[in-house]
Design a protein around this ligand. Structure first.
Ligand SMILES: Cc1cc2nc3c(=O)[nH]c(=O)nc-3n(C[C@H](O)[C@H](O)[C@H](O)COP(=O)(O)OP(=O)(O)OC[C@H]3O[C@@H](n4cnc5c(N)ncnc54)[C@H](O)[C@@H]3O)c2cc1C
Length: 390
């Protein structure tokens, strides 16, 4: 096959490229993918999965330059990429709205945002736990409406290149057709390589099962990588891969560790936070702050480091227990920030589970849907890879 533009991968990035190029008039394009329901975007989410764009509400002025500076200053992002991401973020957001993605807006049409760590302009927006899935489903619908050719069950195994040195270009790819086992060659003037993060690299990961990524193909073809060793880690459950950020922490579960056979249970965080109140505040902040900026370390990452030590260095298993409060739990000992947040959210139940029911009931249902009952069992967790900046 010979076409103008070959898109490899059908996550949020590949789908957006296909839909926008077609909307701009490019007819000669095709999308090759393992499957429209594979990859990270359509299979993951979190407590409140967040979409970043230029601020479109509030009183803080914003611009692509200001947003790019914020992204760049965090220290793990190439400046050119930060600027492109910032500059195109509002247009891309508008495209998603046009396709029917339900980002929240007020009566006057303002797309309200909220602040996260290292962003004071309220650039964050969310459709709930499944923002990226909603985006993908809307774009897949559009892909079909526009009759853009999609080839599923195709696994890219090699990139085709022409030229030498600085003139070397990618001119296509070789795929295995999973249905027939045959090789297929696609030649293209432009190749958009949207295969997602390298989920297969990590031992403990919250990338969806089966998503390995394919960055190795680009490296093998001679592409130079940036920021590849920089990954973002967070706490996630293991039996069902899901982030336990946000409200999962704010309701103050008990952190328990035990030996590999399930014996010798102990609340290991007490070792680091002996005073009452301190431990609960640290757990609360873990769900309240997002450690995007290296300058905020250790901050909310402290708990991650202690869990890492427990699992990797001491070879123990770590669990969250929503049935009982952490040792030394006392409303009066909590910092005003934690106490007020929980009180304002009416999450003042007597156990972590009751507070989670009050703060975010779907968070409990989600685990129940995956055969994990937080009312009767503890949730095994680890420090898991979640993003790669390469
Ligand atoms: C638990 C979790 C929570 C997250 N929360 C947030 C958040 O709140 N905000 C945020 O901005 N980001 C978040 N992210 C990151 C975000 O989800 C990803 O950066 C984004 O979805 C990646 O989109 P993508 O299109 O690049 O890749 P993917 O969605 O992974 O798509 C890759 C595509 O390429 C295909 N593919 C891979 N290899 C091959 C091959 N060899 N041949 C053919 N096809 C191939 C895959 O099947 C898939 O279709 C989170 C990630 C995780 C894991």
């Amino acid at each position: 096959m010979k076409i103008n533009t070959l898109i490899i991968g059908s996550g949020a990035a590949g789908l957006a490229a296909a839909v926008q190029l077609n909307a701009l008039g490019q007819q000669s394009l095709a999308l090759f993918t393992e499957g429209l329901h594979c990859g990270t975007s359509i299979n993951t989410g979190s407590d409140k999965q967040t979409y970043y764009k230029l601020s479109l509400s509030g009183k803080h002025p914003d611009s692509p330059d200001l947003m790019a500076e914020d992204l760049y200053q965090c220290g793990s992002m190439h400046g050119d990429l930060a600027l492109v991401e910032a500059a195109t973020s509002a247009v891309t957001f508008a495209n998603l709205i046009r396709l029917g993605v339900q980002f929240p807006h007020d009566l006057y049409g303002r797309y309200t945002g909220y602040q996260t760590d290292h962003d004071l302009r309220g650039r964050a927006s969310s459709c709930g736990p499944y923002t990226s899935r909603d985006m993908c489903l809307a774009m897949i619908k559009e892909l079909k409406l526009r009759e853009i050719p999609v080839f599923e069950d195709r696994v890219a195994i090699s990139l085709l290149c022409a030229g030498e040195g600085n003139q070397k270009r990618c001119v296509g790819a070789v795929f295995i057709n999973r249905n027939t086992g045959e090789l297929e060659y696609v030649f293209a003037r432009n190749v958009i390589f949207a295969v997602g993060g390298p989920g297969g690299l990590y031992a403990d990961s919250v990338y969806p099962l089966g998503h390995t990524g394919a960055i190795g193909l680009a490296l093998e073809a001679g592409a130079r990588a940036r920021s590849l060793p920089e990954s973002q880690f967070g706490l996630a459950s293991l039996k069902f891969r899901w982030n336990v950020s946000g409200s999962y922490m704010q309701v103050l579960p008990r952190f328990v560790s035990c030996d590999v056979s399930g014996g010798d249970e102990r609340e290991f965080l007490r070792e680091y936070f002996p005073a009452d109140g301190e431990l609960c505040d640290a757990i609360f902040l873990k769900g309240y702050q997002w450690p995007f900026s290296c300058s905020h370390l250790p901050g909310s990452s402290l708990i991650d480091l202690f869990v890492y030590r427990e699992t990797r260095e001491r070879k123990r298993r770590v669990f969250l227990d929503y049935r009982q409060n952490p040792a030394g739990f006392d409303w009066e000992q909590l910092a005003p920030e934690s106490r007020q947040y929980l009180q304002n959210s009416n999450a003042t139940g007597s156990t972590p589970l009751e507070r989670l029911k009050q703060l975010n009931a779907p968070a409990i249902a989600l685990y129940r849907d995956h055969n994990i009952d937080l009312a009767t069992e503890m949730l095994e967790i680890a420090v898991c890879a979640q993003h790669n900046n390469g």
